[in-house]
Design a protein around this ligand. Structure first.
Ligand SMILES: [Ca+2]
Length: 246
């Protein structure tokens, strides 16, 4: 399948679905003239005249636009593990830093929580990390409860310029929050950060969007942070995994 075929097909599908009252799908090649790569054409000019397909084809031995170690190890190489945390033992959390911005009382916490009999994350063992927030007073900037990992050193891997991926599973009901990555130099100065919001769920663990961020120059270490920003909420975190492009 190529992009040209797909886009024209999408236009016919869209027209047919509109006539029949069906659902119109968006995204993929049909969202612009050509979504992945656009070496010859202008990707949103509404014409396909000069465009050629350059869709990622995983496993063809060519590193094409958009291929990463997360999407296509066959062409790009496997992501290298930096850190993994399932919060199964006390030492998995004992060095984290926690705080609450604008707490309205002292009931907030971040603690390891036994989930074995309470729909644990599949493959996540028996323990998760539970976050509980208090109320949030009006006008508070960056409200909520935060948990920041200790410094994670990538070992012999030079992080600068590499794409780092953070995978996480959470359950939060409709609680709002983020997983973030923070890059530091050798003097513990933060150089940059990336954020990904949790997926909402029906209080069942699921995978959050994979966070990817390029480590700035001089990055030698990183930290992972959870932040819950909804009032009087609960959220559980598990199966944190940090990898880097080869
Ligand atoms: Ca676990």
């Amino acid at each position: 399948m190529n992009c040209l075929w797909n886009e024209q097909s999408m236009k016919w599908m869209t027209a047919a679905l509109l006539l029949t009252g069906g659902t119109v799908f968006t995204g993929g090649c049909g969202s612009t003239d050509q979504t992945v790569g656009d070496p010859l054409g202008v990707s949103s000019d509404g014409t396909l005249a000069t465009e050629t397909s350059s869709l990622s084809i995983c496993g063809n031995g060519v590193i094409e636009p958009g291929e990463t170690c997360m999407s296509c190890a066959a062409d790009v190489g496997s992501c290298l593990p930096i850190n993994a945390n399932s919060f199964e033992s006390a030492s998995d959390f004992s060095s984290w830093t926690i705080w609450n911005n604008c707490a309205t009382d002292s009931s907030w916490y971040v603690q390891r929580f036994y989930t074995l009999n309470d729909n644990p994350a599949p493959g996540g063992g028996a323990w998760a990390l539970r976050i509980h927030t208090t109320g949030i007073p009006a006008g508070c900037v960056n409200p909520g409860v935060y948990a920041l990992s200790p410094f994670i050193l990538p070992g012999p891997t030079n992080l600068a310029g590499k794409t780092v991926f953070v995978q996480n599973q959470s359950r939060n009901g409709s609680g709002a929050g983020t997983v973030s990555i923070h890059f530091y130099n050798t003097y513990d100065q933060e150089l940059g950060a990336g954020f990904a919001s949790w997926n909402s769920d029906a209080w069942l663990f699921n995978a959050d969007p994979i966070l990817s961020a390029v480590a700035p120059a001089y990055t030698v270490k990183l930290r992972i942070r959870y932040g819950m920003n909804s009032a009087n909420g609960y959220a559980d975190m598990d199966l944190l995994r940090v990898t880097v492009s080869p």
